[in-house]
Design a protein around this ligand. Sequence first.
Ligand code: SAM
Length: 217
Amino acid sequence: MMPVMEPLSRILAETRHRGRRLLGEARWLAGVATLPPRVALFQLRARRLARRSQDRFSLTSVTRPPDLRVLLALARGRTRTVELGTATGWTAISLALADPRRRVISYDVVERPEPQRYLKLVGPSVRERIELVTGPGSRGPERAGHFDLLYIDSSHEREQTIAEVLAWRPALGPGATIVFDDYPHPDYPGIREAISELGLDGEERGTLFIHTVDRAG
Ligand SMILES: C[S@@+](CC[C@H](N)C(=O)[O-])C[C@H]1O[C@@H](n2cnc3c(N)ncnc32)[C@H](O)[C@@H]1O
């Protein structure tokens, strides 16, 4: 009995594993299909490159298509955007691709080689609008000027998140949007705690929390 059951259970386990992978891939593709065509094409090419180069960090850490769609909708008409937490650069590149007038500054504490690899998938007119800064998001802007969208997807820790909002708040114009990633995530209570500590109101969409800076300034 055992010699038959063992391979059978292995086959079943492998089939289940393959089924889960296919389902995950189908869900990802369905999400990508809802993105603007230029962004969708980049995400498809980046994912293929990530698989080929075994870049597991990209495959697991980048903002997922449903949240990216919400972020891009919020960014519509906004041309001075900041991302805290570059990782491998997919979201910074997607933001720049979605609007040819948009500039994106993205901060990360770690200087990784991956963003340069994925930047090669887009043309110079996109690359030149993306500035990568190595340093903590709480450092705040390098130069004077106003920004209209701040996307926080960095340490996911309470103190850092509070420090980031306080550092960027003076550079956000009235009506600017702050988007926090992973708001409901049970592993990252620091984000909810920071938002509550700062007394920010807003709405939840998917895993994002969206706060609009008071129009009165
Ligand atoms: C979830 S990943 C960001 C994913 C990226 N936004 C995307 O969608 O492709 C989080 C990143 O935040 C970076 N990070 C952690 N603490 C940070 C901090 N204090 N300031 C800036 N970046 C930070 C990490 O190195 C990591 O690359």
